[in-house]
Design a protein around this ligand. Structure first.
Ligand code: DUC
Ligand code: ZN
Ligand code: ZN
Ligand code: ZN
Length: 472
C-alpha cells in the first residue's frame, strides 16, 4: 500500500531538509512537498527525523562459538535490530576447512530464511586458500552476491588464518571485486600470553584483556594494512578498539591504501575497568578485541569525526551470563567472547555522538548506514533516502529518552552490557521496504519477511562515489 510520510526532517549523509516522502511498492517514489496523497496512508513525522534504515555490517547470529552457540538467532536478533533502527544486517557465515564454501552458505540460509524480520546479507569467512576455494569464489560472488570475505588473524587453532591465506585472499578479492575484512589481533602472541597467564594462576576475566594488549591489535592491523598495500587490494578492519589500530589505519590511508575501519558501540562507551567487576560479572564485558583504557574512547570518536574510521558495527555476539559466560568461571579463556549490542548501536551513536557534539547529524547517517551500503555493495538501493531506493526508513524522535536495560530490551540474553545507561533519541517507527516492522515502538513485523540481499561487487577506491547507479 502507498504511504506518505509527512512533515518530517529528512536526513541523509549529505543533507538535512524538510520534505514529505512517498512510498509505493516498497520503494521511495517521490520526495518533496504537495505530493499526491490519494490512496496513501498518511504518517505524520512532525518533530521527527526521517533517517535511512541503519545498516549493521557486523553481526553473529545463531553462531557456534567458544563451545556454545550465540543466544540470539535470526529471529530475536533481527527483531531487536529493528527496534534499534536497523533495517539491514550483514552476518558472518562461518566456514570449515575442507568443506565446500557452498555448504556453509546453505547452512546460513537455513538459519535465516524463515526467521529474519529485516533484510540481510552474508560475509564469508575464509580460513584457507587452495585451488578448491579459489575455484568456488567466483560463483559465490556471482550467484550468492557475497562480495566480502572475512579473515581472522586471531583465535589460534580455531579460526586463525596464516599470512599466506590473508595475502592470497587479498589478491583474489582484488581480482574478483570483493572487500577483505580482518579481525586484526596477533593470535600467536595472544596464545602465548594466555597460556603464560593461566600457568601463573591468573584466571579472572580481567586477564582476558591483559593477555590481548593494544599492541597485538596495532601490530596485526599494521601487518594487514601492509599486505593489502602490497597486494594493491582493499581492506576493511572490523571492530577497531584502540588508538594503536587507529594509527595504523590512518597511516595506511595517508599512503593512499584502500583501507577502511569500523568500530563498535562497546569501545566507544565502555572501558577495561568493567572486566574487574566482582562476582565474575566482568565476564559480561569479555570481547575480542577487549575493552580498552578509557582514554581510547576519545581517540575512536575523533577518528569517526575525521573519517579515519567510517562505520559502526555492533559485533552482536550474545551469550547469557548464566549458562554461557559461566563456562569460564575458573578460566577466562573459556568465557565466550562477545556481547549483546545489536539493539542499541543506533541510539548509543546518536545520544553519545550527535547529542554530545562529537559527530554531526549527517555523519551519523553516514556512519550508521550510508557508508556500509557503499562498501558492501548495497548503495543506493540501501543506505540513503532517494527516489528509487528501498523504503527502509527510521522515524526517529530526537528527544525521547530510554534507559538501556535487560528488563526492557528485546534481545534474548539475560543481561544488557549497557545496563542503566540513559540515551536520548529513539527510533519510534521502522519500515523495511515500505512495510512497518516497528510501529510506535511496537513490533508489527513477521519472521521470514526479511529478504536475502545479493550484493554488488566492490569497486576499488570508488566506494565513496555519490553517483553510482542502481545495479542490484
Ligand atoms: N569477537 C567477539 O567478541 N565476538 C565475536 C567474534 C569476535 O571476534
Ligand atoms: Zn503495504
Ligand atoms: Zn572479530
Ligand atoms: Zn565479530
Amino acid at each position: 500500500m502507498k504511504k506518505l510520510i509527512k512533515n518530517g526532517t529528512i536526513v541523509t549523509a549529505a543533507d538535512t531538509f524538510s520534505a514529505d516522502l512517498l512510498i509505493e511498492n516498497g520503494i521511495i517514489s517521490a520526495i518533496g512537498t504537495n505530493l499526491p496523497a490519494a490512496g496513501a496512508e498518511i504518517i505524520n513525522a512532525e518533530g521527527r527525523y526521517v533517517f535511512p534504515g541503519g545498516i549493521d555490517p557486523h553481526t553473529h547470529l545463531d553462531m557456534p562459538f567458544c563451545g556454545t552457540v550465540t543466544k540470539d538467532d535470526f529471529e530475536t536478533g533481527t527483531i531487536a535490530a529493528a527496534f534499534g533502527g536497523t533495517t539491514t544486517i550483514i552476518d558472518f557465515c562461518l566456514t570449515a576447512k575442507g568443506e565446500p564454501l557452498k555448504t556453509a552458505i546453505q547452512t546460513w540460509h537455513k538459519k535465516s530464511r524463515d526467521k529474519a524480520v529485516i533484510d540481510y546479507g552474508f560475509h564469508l569467512m575464509i580460513g584457507e586458500i587452495n585451488e578448491k576455494v579459489l575455484n568456488e569464489l567466483p560463483q559465490i560472488i556471482e550467484k550468492e552476491g557475497i562480495t566480502s570475505f572475512k579473515v581472522f588473524m586471531a583465535y589460534k587453532n580455531v579460526f586463525q588464518a596464516d599470512d599466506e591465506t590473508l595475502f592470497r585472499t587479498l589478491l583474489a578479492a582484488k581480482e574478483l571485486g570483493a572487500l577483505v575484512m580482518v579481525h586484526a589481533e596477533n593470535g600467536d602472541v595472544i596464545d602465548f600470553l594466555t597460556k603464560k597467564a593461566l600457568k601463573e594462576g591468573k584466571t579472572e576475566p580481567i586477564y582476558h584483556a591483559l593477555t590481548r594488549p593494544p599492541e597485538v591489535e596495532g601490530e596485526a592491523t599494521g601487518r594487514a594494512a601492509q599486505l593489502a598495500g602490497l597486494a594493491d587490494s582493499q581492506l576493511y578492519v572490523v571492530h577497531v578498539s584502540c588508538a594503536d589500530a587507529v594509527e595504523k589505519i590512518s597511516e595506511a590511508r595517508a599512503k593512499g591504501f584502500d583501507i577502511w575501519g569500523e568500530t563498535c558501540p562497546q569501545y566507544l562507551v565502555l572501558d577495561e575497568s568493567y572486566l574487574e567487576k566482582p562476582d565474575f560479572e566482568g565476564a559480561k564485558y569479555v570481547w575480542s578485541p577487549p575493552l580498552r583504557e578509557k582514554w581510547n574512547q576519545e581517540v575512536l570518536w575523533n577518528a569517526l569525526k575525521t573519517g579515519q574510521l567510517q562505520t559502526i558495527g555492533s559485533d552482536q555476539c550474545s551469550f547469557d551470563f548464566k549458562g554461557q559466560k559461566d563456562l569460564g568461571r575458573d578460566d577466562f579463556t573459556k568465557i565466550p567472547n562477545g556481547g549483546p549490542t545489536i539493539e542499541d548501536r543506533f541510539s548509543i551513536l546518536f545520544s553519545e555522538g550527535v547529542k554530545k557534539g562529537r559527530i554531526d547529524l549527517n555523519q551519523f547517517v553516514d556512519i550508521t548506514s550510508t557508508r556500509a551500503a557503499k562498501l558492501f555493495g548495497l548503495y543506493p538501493k540501501k543506505g540513503t533516502i532517494s527516489v528509487g531506493s528501498d523504503a527502509d526508513i527510521v522515524i526517529f524522535d530526537p528527544e525521547m529518552e530510554r534507559t538501556l536495560s535487560a528488563e526492557t530490551h528485546n534481545m534474548a540474553v539475560d543481561y544488557n552490557a549497557f545496563e542503566g545507561m540513559k540515551v536520548r533519541g529513539e527510533p519510534v517507527s521502522v519500515l523495511v521496504r515500505g512495510e512497518f516492522v516497528i510501529r510506535d515502538k511496537k513490533f508489527v513485523g513477521s519472521p521470514g519477511s526479511g529478504k536475502y540481499l545479493k550484493r554488488a561487487k566492490y569497486k576499488q577506491n570508488t566506494s565513496i562515489d555519490q553517483n553510482e547507479t542502481l545495479s542490484i
